[in-house]
Design a protein around this ligand. Structure first.
Ligand SMILES: Nc1ncnc2c1ncn2[C@@H]1O[C@H](COP(=O)(O)OP(=O)(O)OP(=O)(O)O)[C@@H](O)[C@H]1O
Ligand SMILES: [Mg+2]
Length: 305
């Protein structure tokens, strides 16, 4: 997925400016930035519900990613999970996970006119839903309705809902923001397990199945879950680029972040340096720099692209 020169504004309020970002298949990219800098605005542009006013979002499809497709609206190749779970209250966990496929692959006349085929497909969708619920460790909760689940369980269902569609990229907008610390950590580990599946696929010479962009306010979470850390900020030196008025927030930080194994105990000290650096570069209004100064992801060779 690539954002090319994406800018967005609401009336006279400038939000995003000339955002360029290329996310490679299999990457887990954490996106951080001060409140109101436009992170959710960017996710809405990628999902296709609110297209950017300038620039474009491009998805690369086809077996070798050789076909470029500009995003013009929502599609099943992009999934999103919000902080406040969007489950259907009248469906159990398994049905909630299956519903996306059911709606996408069949129409109401199809369900009426080709009832036997529909029944078979429905079975397949439910079986697949069960498989994805196992992946998010909810194998014992398939029959529970949302009101019978904890917040953490609902977010797992929401993640399974996104995964089952096999999107090219999954967007998570502060997905664990409403959860307590322990539940949050469990879900972070679950995401690392998906990352680990990616790495195993690569060792088999297969393409990694999951690509993820996660927006989070919690810097430890950003560093822990992502293999790449991107920061947006309003505090960059736009005057030096000839603007007389603030044009919007843009990418000011893009670096690799350490990769952890899901079974590894988290050594919090390891996070400290990068966390301090992000606080200084992305979050501090006192730091005003050239926007390319801390964009080094592409040039650091420690991680294969
Ligand atoms: N529909 C809208 N109309 C007008 N202004 C909007 C609209 N949506 C967002 N904004 C403004 O755009 C800016 C960016 O909003 P956005 O929600 O993308 O920020 P964010 O980085 O996700 O913030 P947070 O970290 O608090 O979630 C904000 O100043 C917000 O007030
Ligand atoms: Mg937001």
């Amino acid at each position: 997925m690539e954002c090319r020169g994406v800018s967005h504004w609401f009336g006279s309020k400038r939000v995003l400016f000339d955002l360029n970002l290329k996310v490679l298949q299999g990457q887990f990219l954490s996106l951080v930035g001060p409140s109101g800098c436009g992170k959710s605005t960017l996710l809405r542009a990628i999902v296709g519900t609110h297209l950017p006013l300038r620039g474009e979002i491009v998805l690369f499809t086809g077996p070798d990613g050789g076909t470029a497709q500009v995003v013009r609206g929502p599609g099943r190749d992009r999934g999103i999970v919000y902080q406040h779970y969007s489950l259907f209250p009248f469906l159990n966990a398994q049905q909630n996970v299956a519903i996306g496929l059911m709606l996408d692959e069949t129409t109401i006349p199809f369900r009426w006119l080709r009832f036997p085929t529909w029944r078979r497909m429905r079975r397949e969708h439910l079986d697949l839903a069960a498989e994805f619920l196992r992946k998010v460790k909810l194998q014992d909760a398939m029959q529970l309705y949302p009101h019978e689940m904890s917040g953490g369980m609902r977010q797992r269902v929401a993640i399974a809902q996104a995964l089952i569609m096999k999107p090219k990229i999954i967007l998570l907008d502060e997905p664990f923001g409403a959860l307590d610390e322990a539940t949050r950590e469990e879900l972070q580990t679950m995401l690392l397990e998906l990352y680990h599946e990616n790495q195993q696929a690569k060792t088999r010479d297969e393409s990694p199945p999951y690509t993820l962009l996660i927006v989070t306010h919690e810097l430890n979470e950003a560093i822990y879950v992502g293999d790449r850390l991107v920061g947006f900020s309003q505090n960059w030196d736009w005057r030096s680029e000839g603007h007389t008025e603030f044009p919007g927030a843009t990418v000011v930080y893009d670096k690799p972040s350490p990769v952890f194994h899901p079974n590894e105990t988290k050594d919090v000290q390891q996070f400290a340096d990068q966390r301090d650096e992000i606080r200084r570069i992305v979050f501090s209004p006192a730091t005003v720099m050239n926007r390319t100064q801390h964009i080094t992801y592409g040039t650091e060779t420690s991680r294969p692209a």
